[in-house]
Design a binder for this molecule. Structure first.
Ligand code: ATP
Ligand code: MG
Length: 588
């Protein structure tokens, strides 16, 4: 049935909503697709629901095509399975937790690895039942720290999550590839510009992992790409090759020097330049200094652990990279009170002399991989106003290990071929990963193999952000007038606008609507008698159906107007050919 603007549950807005920072959010609210209930919680209005359902259909068709079977788990889940996997605590404040009347603990599912694992354990026991792939399209809950951009990062959102079950790693590789190929088809059909990048496995555990990022300037994810070899990775997942050991035999013994008032890298470099000019003619740079940054890790059980990171002074610690490395712990700043509680730390002059679990501070100390054996540094001497020069890694100090927490910069060497990397931003639309046996082990999912031996099942987990996709497509498809949907996802095939006062126009527009419907065309029919043509055209542009048909003044001359929303091109077609022309226009 055609949607009629005279009765459609829709109010378009001329003003941008006050809380909207990105175009997709502004336009989805203004064009009447979604409406905010609370931060990160949205109602899908009729037009929005149409688009959401179309995304679901594409995802469902491609999941079915690889033989995955759809089921539906509840969102309200008991604590026990999540306790068994460790995620009840690991998920921390991101999980919505609640109690029932008997004081039992429940949660609103943020993702469902545990439930799928248990379902298979409940019903299957033999290798003959594998491989198996199951999926659902379901509402998830995460109490995101920063819900933002409307449906792009919600606290309630729709996800397609699927899981594969195999007897061994080779089986998992196949299942993973099937899903990856299905994702390529899904995102092609949805009309995304996207890249597939290496990703961190994160809180899920497991090994191989890739993300599908829709390219978007205001995306929250940063990825890097190598123009030479095609390497692409989320910055979180970039591995800096460990520096090769260099010969330090020519470096003099380390010496402590007075460097008054040099608590920052800039002040230190300026002082070095003035007081200790280098003998090799080079000038000092931030990259010659070893900066030691201290943060506070808060573990899921609430314990607080300081962590020191040593990195070249010309690089900052990247919050996201660090966060990904220390998950499930979260990173908090190291506060004044934390310094005060640790008198071994001379703020602004902290060095490897006190850092390390076996050193006076007892603080775990991890180095950037660039700080290789034999490299010489200027760094804090652990006394206010003093630094140590010619301090050689391996010779004069060691650490507890390395960490990938330094920012990745444009031009940094590609880990795969050495060429310069370029960075760009994107929105994570999908994620495929090989979980391995993490959940099967935690929840004891085993099957008998052909020799009657019990084997732990090997799993994969695969997500698509279904509701996020709607926001993301809007983000990539709009102009200054409003939304411009790709055909496959538009809430209707045709937006038919009847203008003017004459009954003939409205009678003919009704007929045309019915003829189109008889051909299976979805019509959004602006049959309002009171609204002016200007209002109707503005609404049509805002709503963004790709083909707009105008029945109005031209009808007297026997024509209707076809307008392409994207290009703005318009042409008159004879009434007699209208249906055929519209069908051709929309590709039927
Ligand atoms: P992000 O890094 O964006 O927080 P994630 O890595 O935590 O996402 P996954 O657990 O991999 O997300 O979930 C699978 C998919 O679900 C993601 O690829 C994304 O498209 C979608 N998704 C995740 N969180 C949200 C959210 N808060 N709102 C909407 N969609 C989301
Ligand atoms: Mg992810």
């Amino acid at each position: 049935m055609a949607m009629r603007m005279s009765s459609l549950f829709l109010r378009t807005l001329r003003e941008d909503p006050a809380d909207a920072e990105v175009p997709s959010h502004r336009l989805l609210v203004r064009a009447g697709y979604v409406r905010r209930v609370s931060p990160g919680i949205y109602t899908w209005l009729p037009l929005g629901l149409k688009v959401l359902r179309k995304v679901e259909t594409v995802v469902r068709e491609e999941m079915d095509a690889i033989g995955a079977q759809e089921l539906l788990f509840p969102a309200l889940l008991p604590r026990e399975p999540y306790e068994a996997s460790g995620r009840w605590s690991e998920y921390g404040p991101n999980v919505f937790r609640l109690k029932d009347r008997k004081d039992g603990d429940y949660l609103l599912g943020p993702t469902h690895e545990e439930m799928f694992t248990l379902a298979v354990k409940d019903m299957y026991s033999s290798y003959k039942d594998l491989p198996l792939a199951l999926y659902q399209i379901q509402t998830k809950y995460r109490d995101e720290a920063r819900p933002r951009a409307g449906v792009l990062r919600g606290r309630e959102f729709v996800m397609k999550d699927s899981y594969s079950f195999d007897l061994d790693e080779a089986g998992l590789d196949k299942s993973y590839q099937l899903h990856r190929d299905a994702y390529v088809r899904i995102f092609d059909r949805l009309g995304f510009h996207y890249v597939i990048v290496e990703a961190m496995a994160g809180a899920m555990g497991g090994s191989k992992s890739e993300e599908f990022l829709a390219t978007a300037e205001n995306g929250e994810d940063t990825y890097v790409r190598c123009g030479n070899c095609g390497y692409a990775a989320n910055v979180e997942a970039v591995r800096v090759p460990a520096a090769e050991a260099v010969d330090a035999s020519g470096v003099p013994a380390a010496h402590v020097e007075d460097t008054p008032d040099t608590p920052t890298i800039d002040t230190l470099v300026a002082h070095l330049e003035a007081a200790f000019p280098r003998t090799d003619g080079r000038s000092w740079s931030a990259a010659d200094t070893l900066k030691n940054v201290i943060v506070m890790l808060v573990h899921p059980d609430g314990t607080r652990e300081p962590l020191a990171i040593g990195l070249p002074g010309d690089r900052e610690v990247d919050e996201k990279r660090l966060g990904a490395q220390v998950e499930p712990a979260v990173v908090e700043p190291f506060a004044e009170a934390d310094f005060a509680a640790r008198p071994t730390l001379a703020k602004g002059y902290i060095g490897p002399g006190v850092l390390g679990t076996d050193r006076p501070s007892g603080i775990r100390y991890l180095l950037d991989p660039r700080v290789g054996e034999g490299t010489a540094w200027v760094t804090g001497a652990d006394e206010t106003g003093r630094h140590v020069l010619d301090l050689v890694a391996g010779r004069d100090f060691t650490a507890d290990g390395t960490i990938e927490a330094a920012e990745v910069r444009d031009g940094d060497a590609c880990p795969s071929c050495g060429h310069g990397l370029e960075s760009a931003r994107g929105i994570e639309m999908g994620h495929v990963f090989q979980l391995g046996t993490k959940y099967a082990e935690a929840l004891d999912l085993k099957v008998l193999d052909e020799n009657g031996k019990l084997r732990t099942v090997v799993m994969g987990s695969y997500g698509v952000g279904v509701s996020r996709a709607v926001g993301c497509i809007a983000e990539g498809n709009h102009d200054e007038l409003g939304l411009v949907w790709p055909r496959a996802l538009a809430p209707a095939d045709v937006h038919l606008v009847a203008t003017g006062k004459s009954d003939e126009v409205f009678t003919y527009a009704e007929e045309l609507t019915r003829s189109l419907e008889a051909h299976g065309v979805e019509v959004l029919f602006d049959d309002r008698r009171q609204a002016s043509p200007g209002v109707k055209f503005k609404d049509a542009e805002l709503v963004g159906v790709p083909t707009i048909v105008v029945v109005g003044r031209g009808l007297a001359d026997g024509t209707v107007e076809l307008k392409d929303r994207r290009s703005g091109e318009r042409r008159d077609v004879p009434v007699a050919d209208a249906v055929a022309e519209i069908l051709a226009e929309i590709g039927r």
